[in-house]
Design a protein around this ligand. Sequence first.
Ligand code: HEM
Length: 396
Amino acid sequence: MTASGPDNAGGSPLTLLTTLRSAIAKLLTPRVLFVSSVLTGIATWLMLLIGGTVNPTGSSLACADWSFKWGMATTAVALPVIGLGIAIFLLSKTKRNLGIALGGLGVALVAVDFIPVCNGDPFPAMTGGVLYEHGHRLWGWLVGVLTTLTLLGSWAAPNVASGTRWMALAAFLLVIAQGALGGLTVLLGLNPYLSTAHLVVGYGFLALMIVLSWRLAPSRRAEPTRGARFPRGLLLFAALLTLAQILLGGIIRHFGAGMICGTDPIGCGGQGLWPEMALQQLHMLHRFLGYAVLVVVAYASVKARRDAAAAGRPHIAMLAWVPLVLVTAQVALGLVTVVSGKIVWVVTLHTAIGGLLLGVLTAVWVGFGPLGERRGQTSSRPSASSPPPTGHEVVV
Ligand code: HEM
């Protein structure tokens, strides 16, 4: 899709909309959009790290409420400001920057409405459990704002594939759902099902942001190639197995089974490898599945590295090593969590490295597809049906 130039201004509403889009596109270059989605991904991973401290420090209910300080008050002010900005932009050719500035101010005011509070205060003294719980809420707000910017950018900018736009919308809806799940978790007194869902959606969101960032990368080719296809299925399997393991980890944490087998690193506190109680069995299942994930990820890493090198994708070949390192660290951290009786920083790293593992597996998986090849780079086995790159499209 291409945007018309500013010369088209002043015609039908459709032409005006196209003009608005083309002006926004000047601000939102493909690089800006890409950086915004990458920042969202990084902020999401940091969110896992920060959020991972809440439960082990016993801070989950340090803020007993869940609401937004200003209700819809600033949004009520923001909507006319946004409207005024759009009107100035469309009607005046000389004051377009003022229109864009007013539109931006309006969007910022809407964001202010959604700053979370802790016990009625958006900026409480950040001490004790409030530091962890409210810090994680404020960081979540930042992730929400960045996701919203990525959504607005990918819909406003031209040359963004429609699949990518819908994916940005899905990310936006997911971040809202994640906030709502977090709020409900608190309001329903840490319901373990909701807490587990909150955990898994957070990891899923990270994986989605990684795929979205690849799609928004300005240097990627549009056309699929047949090279380096094989390990994709294996990598997807490894990523899904990791996600299942994350789900199991969430269940054992939120159902209070983290230390149900004591500090025994091999069996379940003298009851062997398969104890009687269901929760103990779930705990042991998390350990066994962890070892299975180690084997599958290690195999996928080695295979992906070899195939990526053969297909002329040296960057992906290098990246393919990372899951192997991460999964080894993750299993070690799991064992230290048990043996140490759940030291806070160890279990927090276990939460965060789990996210990094899923994220990097997703990145390697995407890197093996058509998006893994830079524009202008030729695969060792290019597809005969591939059209030549046009030089400006953002890939599907
Ligand atoms: C690759 C494998 C693994 C992944 C991806 C993984 C992931 C996770 C996740 C996401 C959680 C929930 C943390 C949270 O709610 O913030 C968790 C909890 C836990 N994991 Fe793992 N884990 C793995 C392997 C292991 C292994 C091998 C062990 C032990 C031998 C282990 C021990 C634990 C324990 C004890 C908890 C509960 C912590 C708590 O109650 O706070 N994990 N794991």
